[in-house]
Ligand binder design. Sequence first.
Ligand code: SF4
Length: 334
Amino acid sequence: MEKEYQNGKLRERNARITTINDYMRDRFGCKVVKLALDGGFTCPNRDGSKGTGGCIFCSETGSGDMASRACTAADIKAAMQSQVKLLSDKWKDSAYMAYFQSHTNTYAPVSELREKFEAALSCELFEKGAACENSRCLGLAIATRPDCLSKDVLDYLSELNKRTFLWVELGLQTIHKKSADSINRCYSLDVYDEAVRELTARGIRVVTHLIFGLPRESKEDMLESVRYVTGSIPADGSPQHIFGLKMHLLNVIKGSRLASEMPDYVPFESMDEYVDLVTDALRIIPKGITIHRMTGDCPRKLLIAPEWSYKKRSILNGITARMTALNAYQGDRL
Ligand code: SF4
């Protein structure tokens, strides 16, 4: 870790990895905290329009187990204010962005998206009298499926992108068809490619989600997904320029299809095996791509396997220690 002064305070910076935290601090001059929201959307992979039952790893909350449920504009504002109240003691002088996390957050008419996203952007985050320069949310992170980006939706996202800080997260999980079929993802890789093209052509930042540890995937399969989405292997002859990458450790979660269909499945033998994989992945990711996540985030009460997965701090420290021991840097094997 390097240490540096920022706003008169000493803080640590992991110079080996381009973390989104460091990117946001550099860009906005302070820590930026995401307020996780369940905006009351559903998912086409659950309601029958693309599939039924959802992806096999997905929990009942639509992969948003930490998000506050908020289905109306008023609920969204109230949820954001109450999260800020809880978080502002821990993160003093921070700024906030709204993170529409659960289910598929562009799977609705544009009028509904507009109502919900505008509510988040216009929310006064602090009680009256406590306003400061960070009293409004500075941007949006919107998680969705690449097959839920109609022309109308893209036009609205493009409009948003011109007036706020925006990124769109695409849940790809794997580039391999056999695994995509086995997790019931219900869209093909070319749909993802097209979504990245459409978003990046509009200047919209794309953050891709991958999951490590899917059943029957080898380490090389996982690294191949990393190479593909980060553009170190050109797709369709041209590199894809995503803004960020989330690497999730597969968690077997209570109530998921994975837990009922493969109750004994354990994604990795040990934390060390996972740490080695993430280290190898980081070394083939271009330095310019921001790293948003390097493990999973599952409430302990819902977790079945791997049983060590809730030790998020140990996993992250393990990755940093491994990178340091190898004197490795993000992208140094490209
Ligand atoms: S697309 Fe997302 S929300 Fe829908 S079932 Fe899959 S993981 Fe869950």
